[in-house]
Design a protein around this ligand. Structure first.
Ligand code: NAP
Length: 264
């Protein structure tokens, strides 16, 4: 698949209130789609990224940028097209939200699935390195990067060895990058949602307390990005509860979270 910046009428007909642009990965579905729609609504020039061109084309008012986040060459091509578009349309790229990701669970811990582990780390972390390499140099002064993590990182959860490890790596990446980009005038936000109703969580077969809609999640993220928050976490009742539990002694936390059949 080649990266492509669509020439669809939507990108030409776009009327932007400002010349600020935002790039969102994983914009074809769930939280990323809701973000793209809200930023378009607010008058931003939106570069909506994903692999599914058809889905991206249906986001009215956004400009599709088609690439696989795990393919370095496709990202490089996409960045070239992005740079051209920024110049031609006199845009300043003020926000890059690296939201795309996947979730797979380790169902048999004894026969640990190394390939699954690699897939999840690749898509949720390594790909961010590729995107940062090519998109960071295009961010304008006072820009901001948003990196999608998860509130799953506050506590160890069963079966989340791969997903949790990938998102914990994103947290560290964000914390470290924040220090180094400060002198360059670029802010970094790490985004830690609780449960959000999307195709990703629709596959889960367990209870998801305090789940919110993708629209609500997008509003929280946009608000946090606007305020320049280092950590954007929501819904607060849920995330503060996890943060409080994380303060308990490790043995207590472990007992609380060990699946009941395994408790001695
Ligand atoms: N939903 C939740 O409760 C929740 C909670 C915490 C964190 N998150 C995080 O939020 C992010 C978005 O999740 P979601 O719930 O909105 O899931 P989703 O509806 O499944 O959307 C995932 C998005 O990522 C894109 N993507 C996946 N692999 C890709 C690849 N190799 N190349 C390019 N794009 C790729 C998908 O694009 P395609 O159309 O190309 O597949 C899709 O647009 C993820 O990082 C997830 O871990 C979600």
């Amino acid at each position: 698949m080649n990266s492509s910046l669509s020439d669809s009428p939507t990108s030409h007909e776009l009327t932007t209130k400002s010349k600020e642009a935002v790039l969102i990965t994983g914009a074809s579905s769930g939280i990323g789609l809701a973000l793209a729609l809200q930023y378009v609504e607010q008058g931003f020039y939106v570069f909506a990224c994903g692999r599914n061109e058809q889905k991206l084309n249906s986001i009215k008012g956004a400009t599709p940028l088609v690439f696989d986040i795990n393919d370095k060459e496709q990202i490089q091509q996409a960045a070239l097209k992005l740079a051209t578009s920024l110049k031609q349309n006199n845009l300043s790229l003020t926000m890059v939200i690296l939201n795309a990701g996947s979730c797979e669970y380790i169902n048999d811990p004894v026969h640990f699935d190394g390939a699954l582990f690699e897939r999840v780390i690749q898509t949720n972390v390594i790909s961010m390195g590729y995107c940062l390499e090519h998109f960071l140099p295009l961010i304008g002064a006072n820009g901001r990067v948003g990196l999608m993590s998860s509130s799953a990182t506050y506590l160890p959860f069963p079966k989340a060895e791969a997903y949790g490890a990938s998102k914990a790596a994103v947290n560290y990446l964000a914390s470290s990058l924040r220090l180094d980009l400060k002198a360059h005038g670029i802010g970094v936000s790490v985004i830690c949602p609780g449960f959000v109703k999307t195709p990703l969580t629709d596959k889960n077969d367990f209870a998801m307390p305090m789940q919110i809609s993708a629209d609500k999640a997008a509003s929280e993220i946009i608000n946090g990005m606007n305020k320049g928050q280092s950590e954007i976490h929501f819904p607060k009742r849920f995330t503060y509860l996890l943060k409080c539990i994380a303060c308990l002694p490790k043995a207590v936390v472990s007992r609380m979270l060990t699946p009941s059949a395994d408790k001695a």
